[in-house]
Each structure stands twice: as C-alpha cells, then as structure tokens.
Design a protein around this ligand. Sequence first.
Ligand code: DAH
Length: 336
Amino acid sequence: MKEQIDNLVDELKNFKISSKDELEKFRLKFLVKKGLVNDLFNEFKSLTGEEKKKWGKELNVAKQKVESFYKSSLEQLEESGVGNSEVESELPGYFSELGGRHPISYVVEEMNQIFERLGFSVSVGPEVEDDWHNFSALNFPPNHPARDMQDTFFVEDDIALRTHTSSVQVRLMEEGNLPIRSVMPGRVYRNEAISARSNCFFHQVEGLYINKGVSFLDLKQTLYNFVQEFFGANTKVRFRASYFPFTEPSAEMDIFLGTETESDYKLTKGTGWLEILGCGMVDPNVLENCKIDSNEYSGFAFGLGVDRIAMLKYGVKDLRTFFNNDKRFLDQFATL
Ligand code: DAH
C-alpha cells in the first residue's frame, strides 16, 4: 500500500496545470469514480483490520492533497482569466453599431449655423433658473398674470426649471459686453398636459441683438433671412401683433404651409399658417434691469420653437415620439 500511496503523491507532484484543459485532465485522472484516488480506496477496502489502521490516515492525507491541489489550481486559473479570453481568430468580430445624432439636435445645429453666418455667436445658460432671470428681470412683475402664460415647475420658492430660453438673454445682458449678437439654444420646461402636439419640455432657440440704433426693420430682415435659408427662398411669412412682457412692440411670426396635405391642414388648424416664433423690440425696462442704458442702446429679441419645426421638417406627427427613445424611430435619423 505504501508504494501505491507514494506513487500517487509522486504523480501529483509532477502534474502541472496551466490551462482549463489540463485541469480537466487532472480531474479525470485523479478525481472521478474510476480515478486514481478511488482505485486506492477500493484496494484499501480489501486490507485487513490491522493494515487499515496502519494506512487509513496516510491515504486520507494523500486524498486531501489531491483535492486541494485541484481546488487551488481552479482558483488560480479563474483569477488569471486563463481560458476566459481564448482568441478564436476564425470568428467574425463583433459589430458595434454607431449611434446617430438626435433629430432635435440636428435642427438646433442647423438653426445655429444660419445665425452664425449672420454674425451671431452661440451661448447657453442653466436649465434650473432663479426667478430673477426667468421672470423678474424680463419685466414680469411679482403676481402679474403674465406669469401664468407659462405654467412653471418650481424647485423651491424662487427657483424653477426655466420656462423659456429668454432667461439666457438676461444673463448675457448682465455680463455687459456690448454690442450683443447671440443665439441661445436650449431645453425649456412647462407644466402642460402632454399630447401629440405639446410636451412638458421642449426646445427653443432664443436670439438677441443689442446695439446702438437697432430697429424693428433689422429684426424683420434677420428673420426673413433665417426663414429663406431654413425653409426655402419662396417661403411666405407674416407678422401678427402680440404681447410679451419683455418686448415692446411684440409680434409672432407665422410661415405659410397651405392646407393642401392633410398634415399641413392639421398642423395649421385649417388656416395654412404655422406660428414658429415670438419676437419684438427689447423693452427698455429689461435693458435697465440689466444695467444697460436704454437711451443709448436698443435691441431686438426672438424665441423660435424647435420641436414643431422638427416635426414639420421630418413629417413626424406625434411630438412624443422624439423622446420615447425608441431605437426604430431614432435609427431613421442615424445618418444625420
Ligand atoms: N419667451 C417666449 C416664449 O417662450 C418667446 C419669445 C417671445 C422670446 C418674444 C423672445 C421674444 O425673445 O422677444 O413664449
């Protein structure tokens, strides 16, 4: 018996395991039912009582050596990652899909570029805004009904998610680097019922030009220019008088789509005209709130709605589909 136990231990010493295959070979040789360890135990059964006493302990020690060698080899292999990363050079590689730009980002960028060609820079501001920048500086007095024009998500008493990008105008004017000629794209939030045509968040591109002697004519010409570049040279527009606390006079601008197709009919509510922006001459109160001398400087401002324009551009009927993160929808824009 002694010789057999010694042989087993010798075999164990000579065994080297450096791969999962070798580990499996070891298991098959030593540890299965018909393996070396069990063979010895079978022989052990046929020994006399005296001999069993003599060899039992040694046999158990040898068995434990085999088992712990197997266990530690397995652990080592797992730790070093051997066998997990075998390179199979014949297999085709994994194809990782490229993402695409979101259609709203694409429209915003296109708008920015048109204004940049007219000499506007691009500025951004925070989405969580204080009352001063979102309302008070823009000539919305406290408790004034004009505040209800924009249903607001409040974060704290005087802090809210901005309801429009006009807040960024205030930040730019406060910086005081005159003249200012900038567009300000961004996401805005309003507590509105969600439907195919309105959402609780949407996107605007704000525009601001402040200089000496700026007139309403400059405003109109800038916007005509934008429309011709974005919608095509023959696009008809109209201005309607309107009201915003921060501009005087104020207007809204519509573009003409007609009513020939069903979707144009619906989008324009049967009138053929679609409102795309609000605008006006910056109210002198706003200039003064931002420490700009309104006797010396004047300016115009406008706020373009991006989402509706994107719906129009891509023929999307339900605004919500832009933000559902449905890959099948977004994939259609992947090449943008
Ligand atoms: N802030 C307005 C809104 O969200 C849009 C707007 C109107 C912006 C007139 C302007 C402006 O800069 O002059 O409804």
